[in-house]
Design a protein around this ligand. Structure first.
Ligand SMILES: Cc1cc2nc3c(=O)[nH]c(=O)nc-3n(C[C@H](O)[C@H](O)[C@H](O)COP(=O)(O)O)c2cc1C
Length: 381
């Protein structure tokens, strides 16, 4: 495989290899993309404290997430339509994550189904749920996840209505999807992508096809999904999910300390401080700026996870220093998938882990559990 020194290198290659409509779907935020950009910009303003002559020869990135041993303090985030960045994308990403010793989260809106991923991979993976209007469907899909051996449920709560991404509309990534001459011409110039998709086992929403009556093709299923977002979603639904899900429960999409406290009171095992990668409320604070207050509000009541804008190991260090126990990696690994399939995901994980390791060494830290505010530089402002 080509040498990819950084996540940015993987991104550049993915941009050339993946058809424009799918690449833009990945690499965009909602509306003016202010929050999407703030996620990255605000991480970059946090300066780390350089320490020297500390013996860091015994350091390790190993840690635990929800009691599970992990090789590094991060998991792969749920990403809808992963299998459109590369054929069988969900299976490949899950395999790469497990081989690297970290958890993988399968999105409700995946191309490969829960059963496809379970059949192809050996270890339990995490499942992400959107609770939709059809509560019967939600219940049934949880049952399927349980049967497939999923041990952790990531319940996403920041998408009861959909933020608009202008680039998707410009590219025809709408409901129903528009087949445009410009898209066909663009796709025709991406033979490696076409090959991977043709060889993939599915070309539609794998978790929905065959489970929603009368809806089989992408157009019908997309229309069904669009009508299923539920503005009436409330904490009562979280209680309901908690009552029917026997495994661990992670609530994803918390940005406010008050919401974090409610999640803790309802008995969630973890929350993810997240603004959906800047794809929902544009104008919301960056995830990293929201993290310290949320972490403070819940203390040790539950595990605090973080996502939004992580592209380097130093970003992971910043999140841990500001109160997160672990992180979810979103776009960074999907760039790897689009660039080079499974080896690309493996490389993305390796890059982040190695960068975190070097960042630990240069800040004088040996163990993940020792990372705290002391690794941040106090700079004159
Ligand atoms: C293309 C794309 C699709 C996503 N699909 C889902 C999804 O299906 N479910 C979900 O909970 N979050 C979804 N997210 C949000 C991610 O799980 C995660 O919160 C976000 O990507 C983190 O930001 P980052 O990409 O900057 O790391 C999606 C994000 C992207 C970029």
């Amino acid at each position: 495989m080509k040498t990819y020194p950084s996540i940015e290198d993987l991104r550049q290659v993915a941009r050339r290899r993946v058809p424009r409509a799918f690449y833009d779907y990945l690499d965009s935020g909602s509306y003016n993309e202010e929050t999407f950009q703030a996620n990255r910009v605000d991480l970059g303003t946090i300066k780390l404290r350089q320490r020297v002559l500390v013996d860091v020869s015994a350091r390790s990135t190993a840690s635990t997430i929800l009691g599970e041993q992990v090789a590094a303090p991060f998991a792969l985030a749920p990403i809808g339509l992963t299998g459109m960045q590369h054929g069988d994308g969900e299976i490949l990403a899950c395999e790469a994550a497990h081989e690297a010793g970290i958890p993988y989260t399968l999105s409700t809106m995946s191309i490969c189904s829960i059963e496809d991923v379970a059949e192809a991979t050996k270890k339990p993976f995490w499942f992400q749920l959107y609770v939709i209007r059809d509560r019967g469907f939600s219940k049934e899909i949880l049952e399927r996840a349980r049967k497939a051996g999923c041990n952790t449920l990531v319940l996403t709560v920041d998408l009861q209505v959909l933020g608009q991404r202008h680039r998707d509309i410009r590219n025809g990534m709408t409901v129903p999807p528009q087949i445009r001459l410009s898209n066909i011409v663009d796709i025709a110039t991406k033979p490696a992508w076409i090959w991977s998709i043709l060889n993939g086992r599915r070309k539609t929403f794998g978790n929905l096809a065959g489970h929603v009556k009368g809806m089989e093709n992408v157009t019908q299923l997309s229309a069904w999904v669009a009508g299923q977002f539920d503005p009436a979603l409330s904490w009562k639904d979280v209680e309901w999910i908690k009552s029917i899900w026997p495994g661990k429960l992670v609530i994803k999409g918390i940005l406010d300390p008050e919401d974090a406290k409610i999640a803790a009171k309802l008995g969630a095992d973890a929350i993810v401080v997240s603004n959906h990668g800047g794809r929902q409320l544009d104008g919301a604070p960056s995830s990293i700026s929201a993290l310290p207050k949320v972490a403070q509000a819940v203390g040790a009541d539950l595990e605090v996870m973080f996502d939004g804008g992580i592209r380097t190991g130093a970003d992971i260090m910043r999140a841990l220093a500001l109160g997160a126990r672990s992180c979810l990696i979103g776009r960074a690994y999907v760039y790897g998938l689009g660039a080079a399939g499974k080896p690309g995901v493996a490389r993305a994980i390796e890059i982040l882990k190695k960068e975190l390791d070097v960042t630990m060494a240069l800040t004088g830290v040996n163990r993940i559990a020792d990372i705290g505010p002391q690794v941040l530089a106090e700079i004159d402002r």
